[in-house]
Design a protein around this ligand. Structure first.
Ligand code: FES
Length: 79
């Protein structure tokens, strides 16, 4: 079971889980709109870009299009 870090907290996540699902399971949203509203995965298929997060230092990755891996570091813009 991969162990990942979401906004600094460690989580054990089942293999083959998407980053977006891991965020939702942890009760986190992906980002913040320009007006400060919480945004999270909407389409789940790579089109809406509402699931963007920083993964292993790379910004604007779509969480719904990426599976977790052991040691992954994910940060969100959301408070
Ligand atoms: S949820 Fe729409 S692009 Fe990821």
């Amino acid at each position: 079971m991969p162990r990942i870090r979401l906004n600094g907290t460690l989580y054990d996540v089942p293999a083959q889980t998407s980053v977006a699902a891991a965020l939702m399971n942890a009760g986190l949203t992906a980002r913040q709109s320009i007006e400060g509203e919480a945004r999270g995965p909407l389409c789940g298929m790579g089109i809406c870009f509402e699931c963007r997060v920083t993964v292993d230092g790379i910004a604007h990755e779509r969480g719904c299009q990426m599976l977790v891996h052991d040691g992954m570091e994910v940060t969100t813009d959301a408070p």
